[in-house]
Design a protein around this ligand. Structure first.
Ligand code: SF4
Length: 450
């Protein structure tokens, strides 16, 4: 179990995390009366090969488990039978509750991005990983996989908007300028929410990958290197972790970022000389809806406030605790009956947590769900593009040996999440990205588990 907190105002330094690599059940129960449909996707959003499955799904009468499960069983059970023990189904906690429940129903596992990334190495006997989550998570598994292990994503249009504002071609001009000025004094720390190509950039500079569960440890390690740090892509996580490790906010510089990039003219560069930490300007739209007034509202009603560190600094400073997805889940699920929490993170996750903690007598609300809030309860829409027809179709097409190449995830792929198109590197380029990104990932694992 994870126990990593400590960005909130009541917590001092975080306790040493205790790591358990096994993926336990989320404990989420599939109950017959709960509707299974997520937000329906338009038919033309499905790949050609997937449309027949989507049409069947959309024609199901009510889409509660009574109708959806027999339809899914007819495809999934023969596929699992044919693929045998070599297949492993994975999903991220932020997936709509339906996919989380369905993946577990078919023997799959639900985890956060750090745990997901470790699955190929943790399970060398598994040869086919089918992932219901966003592209960077699937690629992280592929980066650490051995050559006889394959990674598939159920929907190639499923991307992280934060990562989509920090593609390699957006970051490179700023990196080149910084590297030109600081040379080997510059080290890149790449959040897990980056492509393999950006993780490779971190590896090339002797840097590391981090996740929200280990960002404090990685930042302390980076500071110990005595070099300037370029932290990509999330400005809010970067700022929160800098505060957690005691950095002077005056020595933290925010670069541009996002689709516009950050050109960094020479005059701007010299102004950066006094900074120790450069933050890329990306952010997560889901985690930036939270405001101090939301904290005031729920605290005034007796709720404890726990938040994810992709949330803006002013909210994290007011919170009772802050930490990764696993921290939030465990903290609430382990609380005594009668506890009440307002949770600031992705909406599907909070909905699942609310449902499950209610069974234990613990009440959960979404922090932005206040009466005058017009921005409450935002879920990760891009992650939820992995719906039941995508899972069914991927498994059935794999069984038939007809799974589209667009769904196969290889190291170094550059994905256009609007069209689902992916640009593959040639074998030499792919191997270079794999090796360099692995350096950064393995450095993270070594620091985290030391
Ligand atoms: S919730 Fe935000 S950071 Fe997480 S995958 Fe979705 S867009 Fe990316």
């Amino acid at each position: 179990m994870y126990a990593l907190a400590g960005v909130g105002h009541t917590a001092a330094m975080p306790p040493t995390p205790t790591l358990d690599r096994s993926l336990r059940s989320s404990g989420i129960e599939l109950r017959p009366e709960i509707p299974l449909c997520q937000t329906d996707l338009p038919l033309d959003w499905y790949q050609q090969e997937f449309r027949p499955y989507a049409e069947e799904y959309l024609a199901l009468p009510d889409r509660t488990p009574e109708s959806v499960l027999p339809w899914m069983d007819a495809y999934v059970l023969p596929a699992l039978d044919a693929l045998g023990d070599s297949v492993m189904l994975l999903a991220h906690y932020y997936m709509g509750g339906e996919i989380v429940k369905l993946v577990e129903r078919y023997g799959g596992r639900v985890a956060d991005s750090y745990q997901l990334a470790l699955q190929a190495t943790a399970h060398p006997e598994k040869k086919i990983f089918v992932e219901s989550a966003v592209h960077f998570m699937a690629e992280a598994i592929a980066l650490l996989a051995s050559p006889d292990q394959q990674v598939w994503i159920t929907n190639p249009k499923s991307g992280c908007t934060m990562e989509m504002m920090a593609k390699e071609f957006m970051l490179s001009p700023a990196f080149e300028r910084l590297h030109g000025r600081y040379g080997d004094d510059l080290l890149v720390v790449a959040y897990m929410n980056t492509s393999g190509r950006v993780k490779a950039l971190a590896g090339r500079t002797g840097g590391a990958v981090c996740t929200s569960s280990n960002a404090g440890r990685i930042m302390r390690w980076a500071l110990d290197q005595g070099r300037k740090i370029f932290f990509v892509p999330d400005q809010h996580l970067g700022r929160n972790v800098a505060a957690q490790v005691g950095m002077d906010p005056g020595r933290v510089a925010l670069l541009g970022g996002g689709h516009a990039g950050a050109e960094l003219e020479p005059a701007e560069l010299s102004a950066l000389d006094s900074a120790d930490l450069f933050l890329w300007g990306s952010f997560c739209g889901v985690h930036t809806v939270f405001e101090p007034r939301h904290v005031d509202y729920w605290r005034g009603r007796g709720y404890r406030i726990v938040v994810h560190p992709e949330t803006p600094r002013e909210v994290v400073e007011m919170a009772d605790g802050a930490g990764s997805t696993s921290y939030l889940w465990d903290h609430v699920m382990d609380a005594p009956a009668g506890s009440r929490f307002a949770v600031a993170t992705e909406g599907h996750f909070v909905a699942n947590l609310r449902e499950q903690s209610a069974l234990r007598g613990v009440e959960v609300v979404h922090l932005a769900d206040v009466p005058d809030g017009d921005d409450a309860g935002c879920g990760c829409a891009t992650m939820s593009r992995n719906d039941p027809p995508h899972l069914v179709a991927t498994l059935d097409l794999l069984r038939r040996g007809e799974a589209p190449d667009l769904n196969r995830v290889l190291p170094g792929d550059a994905v256009d999440e609007v069209t689902g198109w992916r640009e593959r590197l040639d074998p030499e380029g792919r191997e270079r990205v794999r090796q360099e990104a692995r350096l950064a990932l393995e450095r993270m694992i070594e620091i985290t588990e030391s």
